[in-house]
Ligand binder design. Structure first.
Ligand SMILES: [Zn+2]
Length: 347
């Protein structure tokens, strides 16, 4: 049976995850960008500033003679209320690290962002939601001054403060058993369905929103974790250091990470459709709460409860055993499980 959402996700990935990739400054990068502009137009987004979705900027340092382009569309909030609230931001980078499809990194996230945009246009939130498709996330720009999200935050947001930032990277694939225990993925069917959500610790309002969104995502196994376990590995960096509450969604690294073998045929479009649904619920949930500046708080009990729920009665003891744990109650315990997962190559 054909699912129109899955088909649209597939079309969007195939359109931009071409053989030539999306290296900044190249013709295929410009072609992918034009496709994103056409899609935002078709969906009914409006430009963030001026009359164009494309916000060009000049590189910095060694890339000073190169130009880059962030693509930003807005899903306008309720006309009566939008001026009362800071906008939310959903972000994903569209550049590629090599001249290859880079489907999971990050065409999948772009397709999901477009799907959520469609939903928000159909049923608006109170506040505006920016769909931020950033340029130059990949090396050599990663964490540098030319990074698209950094230039957006510093030069292009026109003083707008954000309610929160929801950032995606590597969200198109099934997770492989991170723990080399024979049969682990057979015993624990939730492993391929894992989705990691980092950043709940950045504001006390976030855990409840994540928990409620998870209630509507029964076919995803959502594990929350501290951002410090994985680090500022994507565009949430620019928002975290500027004290914007954030969530970073990722399925982690996999064997095709940054390789020519990261192709559209390897993605799980059904999982992507579920992530889009989850992200929509996160967005609507966040729309209802008060945030303000980031405010770090303890998420130990929340993270452990989410982990146990995601891995289940069979998966949890397997993960505990792999991490050498007899009990699973403290942040130290969670640190050990996270370290074990990281050692399995997740990040
Ligand atoms: Zn990458």
């Amino acid at each position: 049976m054909k699912d129109p959402v899955v088909e649209q996700l597939q079309r969007d990935v195939l359109a931009i995850a071409t053989e030539d990739g999306r290296l900044p400054g190249t013709e295929p990068h410009a072609r992918a960008r034009q496709y994103l502009v056409d899609r935002l137009t078709e969906i009914g987004c409006v430009p963030f500033r001026g009359d164009a979705y494309e916000l060009p900027y000049q590189g910095r340092g060694p890339c000073a003679d190169q130009s880059f382009v962030n693509v930003i569309g807005v899903c306008p909030g309720d006309p009566e209320q939008r001026h009362l609230h800071d906008p939310l931001l959903i972000a994903a980078h569209y550049d590629s690290v090599i001249a290859a499809p880079c489907a999971d990194d990050n065409a999948a996230a772009i397709a999901i962002a477009l799907r959520v945009a469609e939903r928000l246009i159909a049923t608006p939130t109170h506040r505006d939601v920016l769909i931020a498709l950033f340029d130059a996330e990949e090396p050599p720009h990663y964490h540098g001054e030319t990074m698209g999200s950094m230039r957006f935050y510093e030069d292009q947001r026109d003083g707008v403060e954000f309610h929160a930032a929801l950032v995606m990277d590597l969200v198109g694939h099934d997770v492989a058993a991170p723990v080399p225990i024979p049969g682990a993925s057979m015993l624990v069917p939730s492993i391929p369905r894992l989705l990691f959500v980092m950043g709940s610790e950045s504001h006390p309002a976030l855990p409840d929103v994540v928990r409620h969104a998870t209630d509507h995502a029964d076919k995803l196994a959502v594990v929350t974790a501290l951002n410090r376990y994985v680090g500022d590995v994507s565009d949430h960096f620019a928002f975290r250091i500027n004290e914007v509450p954030f969530l970073f969604l990722s399925c982690g690294r996999w064997q095709h990470y940054h390789k020519p073998s990261d192709t559209p045929d390897k993605l799980n479009y059904h999982k992507m459709a579920r992530i889009a649904g989850f992200l929509e619920h996160l967005t609507r949930g966040l729309d209802e709460v008060t945030t303000g500046r980031a405010r770090e708080h303890d998420t130990t009990a929340f993270d452990i409860a989410m982990f146990k729920h995601a891995l289940g009665r069979i998966g949890t003891p397997i993960a505990m055993k792999a991490a050498g744990l007899d009990t699973f109650e403290t942040r130290e315990d969670f640190d050990k499980i996270a370290a074990r997962l990281m050692a399995g190559g997740l990040y």
